[in-house]
Design a binder for this molecule. Sequence first.
Ligand SMILES: Nc1ncnc2c1ncn2[C@@H]1O[C@H](COP(=O)(O)OP(=O)(O)OP(=O)(O)O)[C@@H](O)[C@H]1O
Ligand SMILES: [Mg+2]
Length: 394
Amino acid sequence: MADVSRKEFFDRIDGTPQKRMFLSIMADYDLPTAICELVDNAIDHWMSTGKPSGTIIRLFLDTERQLIAVRDNAGGVPVDQLRLLIAPGATRPLDAENLIGNFGVGGKRASVALGEHVVISSRNKQRDSFQIEITRDWLADEDWKIDVNQIPNIDPNTTNVRISEVRQNFTQTDLDDLYQHLEATYAVFIQQGCELHLNGRPVGVTVYDNWAFPPDYSPKQMAFEIRPSDSDSRSLKVKVTGGLIRDRIPEADNYGVYFYCNGRLILRELKTREVGYFITAEAGVPHPDGSLCRVIVELDGPAELMPWNSSKNGISFSHPAFLQVRPSIIELVTYFSELSRRFKGDRQGHVYQHDAGTVEPMSPTPSTTKKRLVLPPVKRDPKLSYSQRMLQLN
Ligand SMILES: Nc1ncnc2c1ncn2[C@@H]1O[C@H](COP(=O)(O)OP(=O)(O)OP(=O)(O)O)[C@@H](O)[C@H]1O
Ligand SMILES: [Mg+2]
């Protein structure tokens, strides 16, 4: 039998992806998740240009005509970077800031997941305006090249993603849900001055640190740093805050664990084994008696080190960054679930009436995990020098 390991048996093979990959990578998008990918991109641009005031991200979702548009005036995409909007894996060259985008796939797959016809127009600063169109034909053809057309000028600094022939119809109820989802997901950025509008209505903020401060049982916070990767010396800043809440809504089940990564809410009201429910006697099975317990996890640092999934709507529980934080989460879930149960007889007297106080610092719970993240040595676009960055910003 021939030795198939001999090199001459093999030719170099072509690893160019097929367009079908769009079908697989867009498979599990719902409306809020997909819309948020486009909002994330505008927010990232706003953050990486120093959070200028006057930035507005406008979402238009027309239930009658089933059209979607996401427009921002965060800066626009320079013509020589338009490929970032279409090439899977292509992402911004800057990697210093604590941003949301990291995988280089979000915007592309979300827009293709939303509809069969996507038109992206962008005008960087006061320069010319350009447009690319993702059509059914382009998705069916194996040629990855795409036409860039110059168009009459749109507003300066603007990117506009318009989607038609939507794959899943949406109703007014979907829009009401989306509005609430946006209020919670982007509260931090809206508070910092980035405006977000849905069909002309400014999106408000929903925050979850509505703590009660019962005497001797004030909320507790563990603040520490972790280094989840052996091959990356950078670290993530972690804050795990737990306490009893004053905003319990029985029918909403609004308790459990909440995760923010770089300010963006990723997951809320988690009540699973991974965060201590079912495995400690005190947290037990999620139950209304324990529903005053809330734990908020905030991670800040390089996007590459975050334990989020690639569509930013879940946490990867096997990720070393999560595993290193997990014992602290479980400790606070356990403690405040038990406390919640103890106070269930008189929530007003024991809990709700104590509406002011301070959050107490506490040492993190030691982590025994030895698992480390191995980051693949994937080439990113080169990091720009300081002077190049300044040129781009000005
Ligand atoms: N509205 C926008 N304004 C400016 N630049 C944008 C905008 N949308 C996309 N971009 C550019 O396109 C790049 C690719 O976006 P995409 O969402 O596909 O990937 P990403 O944000 O880098 O990573 P992720 O997959 O985690 O979202 C971004 O990094 C950014 O440079
Ligand atoms: Mg993105």
